[in-house]
Design a protein. Structure first.
Ligand code: ATP
Ligand code: MG
Length: 419
């Protein structure tokens, strides 16, 4: 019996990798415009890093982490998200001392033990970005501007940007009390999880997906109505900047993120096209996180998008690439001459294919068709003696005599009927 992969851990097959490369390249290009540099952090970290940053009472830490003991007896975890690792690296390498503002981006696999379904996997991929060192609302707006431009560059008008403010340590406790009091009156209607979380993480009730909880929390007090002056000011400035740059957004006062480190501005890009997997990208400000992880008081804000979900939204777009030229050969001398020609054209940047199975001319031409090669040429003894052959444009069968030199053929296949 053959061995299969693990449930929720997917292969990315060649048919889809063109789409993924498009997503990654677009992100790199957009990030560069806003001054972001790439950081690559390990896939495994000490478990404590995630407990301390994401929070012990979050779904991620309570239920979703891949945690194991390594042979040395330390508890390690496959990273469930990127921000914690990036902040750990920022502190460890004192990047905050090299520059007061750090703009970093990352891409790579994340791991969460969830029930696999469309748009939800156990190994999934995120592209994310973080800015540290600036508490100014202008930075919040710039991150949101960048995210919305990124989705524009993907060619997506869905998903839509929703924003909220989660306040700060000065105003959240009073809000939390008001919410706990509201929930206490509706105990019976709440699911078991929400009841259990009331002492530890009552805000989670607001984004619980259980219908009973959605109904019971209608009319619940909202954080935006309990913001302190500074948070209120901050949030209105963010909205002013967004409006000034014509970034479309809506307010979602019920949005609470599943990670404890968020403060002030939080946001999601939400789609109606992926069922319960409605969040395509999400993020927010985390002004206390660096300090909480043992670093200096450096504010930060960031986001991450789910590559699988973006790929699902882009789904039907084709990123198929096709060869520029197929060299069909008859006989050993032609095979060698064809190999030489192929090497010279490849050096000039063309994608060239030739026979590698010793097939008949007819099957070689079938293969050229199957690969959707733009051009083909047949080399046999006659062509070698004459030093010339016939270049065929596959789309319309148009034929053109050419010298068997890389430079001539390169000129003929450049632009000539690019279809
Ligand atoms: P959800 O509410 O769908 O569980 P989340 O709030 O847990 O999402 P975040 O932790 O904010 O998600 O991660 C940011 C993005 O990563 C999400 O918007 C989503 O696109 C993607 N993502 C999160 N979990 C998964 C998963 N298990 N499989 C695929 N993509 C995921
Ligand atoms: Mg989740």
């Amino acid at each position: 019996m053959s061995i299969t992969g693990i449930k929720g851990f997917n292969d990315l097959l060649p048919a889809e990798s063109g789409l993924w490369q498009f997503i990654e390249q677009t992100a790199r290009q957009v990030f560069a415009r806003y001054g972001f540099n790439e950081i690559r952090v390990p896939i495994v970290e000490k478990t404590e890093l995630f407990c301390r940053s994401i929070g012990d009472t979050t779904d991620i830490v309570e239920k979703e982490m891949y945690t194991f003991m390594d042979k040395g007896g330390s508890s390690l975890t496959l990273r469930p998200e990127g921000t914690a690792s990036v902040m750990r690296a920022l502190i460890e390498h004192k990047l905050y001392a090299l520059d007061s503002i750090n703009k970093l981006y990352y891409m790579g696999p994340m791991f969460r033990h969830e029930r696999p379904q469309k748009g939800r996997y156990r190994q999934f991929h995120q592209i994310g970005a973080e800015v540290t060192g600036a508490a100014d609302p202008l930075i919040d707006a710039q991150v949101l501007l960048m995210v919305s431009r990124l989705f524009q560059e993907f060619g997506l008008t869905e998903p839509r940007l929703q924003i909220n403010s989660l306040g700060c340590p000065a105003c959240r406790p009073a809000y939390r009390q008001a919410l706990v009091a509201f929930l206490a009156e509706r105990q019976e209607a709440l699911c078991e999880d929400c009841r259990r979380r009331q002492g530890t993480n009552p805000l989670r009730a607001l984004d619980c997906k259980v219908p009973g909880c959605i109904e019971a929390t209608q009319g619940a007090p909202a954080m935006v109505e309990h913001l302190c002056n500074e948070c209120d000011q901050h949030f209105s400035m963010v909205q002013n900047y967004l409006t000034a740059a014509e970034v479309l957004f809506s307010l979602n006062p019920r949005m609470v993120r599943g990670l404890d480190y968020y403060t002030r501005t939080t946001f999601e890009l939400v789609t109606g096209l992926l069922g319960a997997q409605s969040a395509v990208a999400a993020g927010g400000r985390y002004d206390g996180l660096v300090e909480q992880l043992g670093g200096p008081a450096v504010p930060g804000i960031g986001f991450a998008l789910g590559v699988e979900r973006v790929a699902l939204l882009l789904g039907d777009r084709s990123f198929e690439k096709t060869p520029d030229l197929f060299i069909a050969v008859m006989g050993d001398a032609a095979r060698t001459a064809g190999f030489r020609l192929m090497a010279a054209l490849q050096d000039q940047g063309f994608w060239v294919e030739t026979d590698c199975e010793g097939k008949s001319l007819k099957s070689q031409m079938r293969r050229a068709d199957k690969l959707k090669s733009r051009y083909s040429i047949v080399l046999g003894d006659t062509e070698l003696v004459a030093g010339s052959g016939t270049l065929k444009r596959m789309a319309d069968g148009n034929q053109q005599p050419v010298h068997l030199e890389a430079a001539t053929i390169a000129a003929a296949i450049t632009g000539g009927g690019q279809t």
